[in-house]
Design a protein around this ligand. Structure first.
Ligand code: UD1
Length: 345
């Protein structure tokens, strides 16, 4: 029988790409999203790519009663819980909003999974739990560090909530995927990242600068202890990341987990500097970016990249798309958005 997956935050950036990959792998998907940081039109993009219409419920995962109705209506084999707030700066300004959103949503999901006997949870975690590690790359054994932002702390605490819940409730299993820096868009350019207002993250800022929406990109610091002085990250193609979720769901529903709670790094294993990203983006898309070097951004860590060996071996998953192709896809998506906006003017 076809397995059905509840995807919370399914109209978001990673959620929409994962929905597409789940559908293409033969799963049924139901999306819940409160549309706080995404748009209903994303469902159209998913339909264009897959030819399938996904049931959508505009529900905030903090609303237990409404979420319960969704669980009661469908039988789920697994939940992928993306729905969360993720802006580091905003979380410093509004910590209670972040703790309430991110922690209560997860607790509601876990409660309903128990009530409705849904055994499998894939959770969106982040490499932010490692902070600035002493040794690079970071493996799953690298100790977690105290978070540098309330956002980061919610990921840390959510992992702990899952660990303790799985230990107490044998009917619940979970895989936490620690994402590095997801970038790029679906090769069809029908879905991609849709930042609201001024983007916080590097790639949407880069593509909006290239499109002339922003006058200039600021590079936050060139005095780090790295080869070119800019920060180093592990940029992972969003579709590759989406596929890691499909593999994780398969591992759970097929009963192939080796422990009731497993954690995997989802990265490429390659550290790339901010300046390298900018240069590669210019090169592969044959354009020039206007940028300047400014001071460091508060809370940024110098360098982090993944040791993905455990995910490669245990999940049989590997990042496949090159940085070049990924940066081409990011630009194609920006042009798609610009064309759509022009048409609507
Ligand atoms: C951070 C978190 C990540 C979280 C994400 C959510 C860490 C290590 N990572 O990613 O867990 O999910 O935020 O938003 O805590 N940069 C510029 N100019 C810009 C924007 C960014 O130079 O205009 C640089 C940053 O200094 C950084 C790199 O680009 O070195 C990537 O930044 P960004 O895309 O914001 O991601 P992280 O801060 O790494």
């Amino acid at each position: 029988m076809t397995k059905r997956v509840l995807v919370t935050g399914g109209t978001g950036y990673i959620g929409s790409h994962t929905t597409v990959e789940l559908l293409e792998a033969g799963y049924d998907v139901v999306i819940v999203d409160n549309l706080s940081n995404s748009e209903r039109s994303v469902l159209g993009g998913i339909r264009k790519i897959t030819g399938r219409t996904v049931p959508f419920h505009k529900v905030d995962c903090g609303n237990l009663a409404r979420l319960r109705r969704v669980f009661a209506r469908y039988g789920f084999d697994a939940v992928i819980h993306f729905a969360a707030s993720k802006a580091v700066g905003e979380s410093v300004e509004q910590p209670l909003l972040y703790y309430r959103n991110n922690l209560v949503s997860l607790m509601n999901i876990l409660q309903l999974m128990r009530e409705f006997r849904v055994p499998n949870l894939v959770f969106s975690s982040s490499c932010t739990v490692y902070g600035q590690a002493e040794k690079l790359p970071v493996s799953e054994q690298t100790p977690r560090r105290e978070a540098t932002s309330p956002y980061g702390n919610t990921k840390h605490i959510c992992e702990d909530i899952i660990r303790d819940s799985v230990a107490a409730y044998p009917e619940v299993h979970s895989i936490a995927l620690r994402y590095f820096n997801p970038i790029g868009a679906h090769p069809s350019a029908e879905i991609g990242e849709l930042p609201r207002g001024v983007p916080n993250n590097l790639i949407p800022f880069v593509t909006q600068t290239a499109a002339g929406i922003r006058p200039m990109l600021s590079i936050f610091g060139d005095d780090y202890n790295t080869p070119d002085g800019s920060c180093i990250r592990d940029y992972i193609n969003v579709r590759d990341l989406a596929k890691a979720h499909v593999v994780a769901v398969g591992r759970m529903v097929d009963g192939r987990m080796k422990a009731p709670f497993e954690v995997f790094n989802v990265g490429t294993g390659r550290g790339v500097s901010t300046l390298e990203v900018v240069r590669t983006f210019e090169q592969v898309n044959n354009l020039k970016l206007i940028y300047k070097i400014v001071g460091r951004r508060a809370g940024d860590i110098e360098a982090v990249w993944a040791d993905p060996a455990f995910a490669n071996k245990e999940l049989g998953w590997k990042a496949e798309t090159s940085l070049e192709d990924t940066l081409r896809s990011a630009w194609a998506w920006q042009r798609h958005l610009d064309a759509k906006n022009k048409k609507n003017q």
